[in-house]
Design a protein around this ligand. Sequence first.
Ligand SMILES: [Mn+2]
Length: 331
Amino acid sequence: MMPTSGQLLFDMLQNAGSVALVAHVSPDMDALGASLGARELLRQGFPALERVDVFCQDPVPESYAFLDLTRLVLPPERAQGPYDLCVAVDVASYDRLGSCAALFDRARARFVIDHHGSNDFENVPRLLLPQSAATAQIVVDLCLERGVRLSAEAASCLYAGLSTDTGNFSFEAVTPGTFRAAAWLVEQGAKPDWITQHLYRTRSMPSVRALGRALDTMRLSAGGRVALLCLSLADRREVGAQDGDYEGIVNYGIETKGVLAAALVSQRDEGIRCSVRTKEGVDAAAVARRFGGGGHPRAAGMSLQGELDQALEAVRCALEEAVEEACRTDS
Ligand SMILES: [Mn+2]
């Protein structure tokens, strides 16, 4: 039976002195916001804890640096000895821990807080709520359960996580509970206008250039139902883009009229990443799983090996098959 409350986690925290919270590699704002929100929940709700640290293999994207608390996110090299408890936050699978896996493995106890239906930590105690629109929403529910209030800074991080994982409160996964969580965060001091301004109405120049290049590469196939965008390593270097600068680019593909499945394939120093977006009936997570990735029904992602051209071709085929299949079952 999956725990649907925080009681199991709260019990584990009673016996812990130090806790490491770990966000996934290439962190998005939900992973960071939920981790930073959980940090404050733990510090306030469990005053006996001596240390609560937040880790991520990769640095915080520049586009989230407007949130002060993101400065608290540490690389795993900064860990101080083994932790009593390591909590993976918004991490759907072991490999998404990246170099934080050692922290997780060496901790005396482990726990997972996540909302990805594809979460595969079957042998770790977890609070897995796929019906939650964001892991940030789960953390808000834990705060309410524990009776903890948050600082405006922590509430802002959670609000930003909730907002980005829900397309600013517009995806199918959004429920009354999502808005209740958002309302509570605003009560704690989160400022929707200020956060929205930074998240959606401020672009770095490299991200604008990257968007332009990606749009130039966009190709439709399967009768206009599949859109593929691409950014090579050369593009990345020429525009000076960082990971966070690619955020949202894939949406231009899925927002194109007639498109049912879209992907942005981006080459990075460490390999090739792919973001997938789909419309009703096409399962993005299933496409990602074919490549060892995962995610949600409408938004998913994966890493790919090999040459960029081959990766593009493989993704295009997978999207076309997924669209064909969806259209067959539809009729
Ligand atoms: Mn998430």
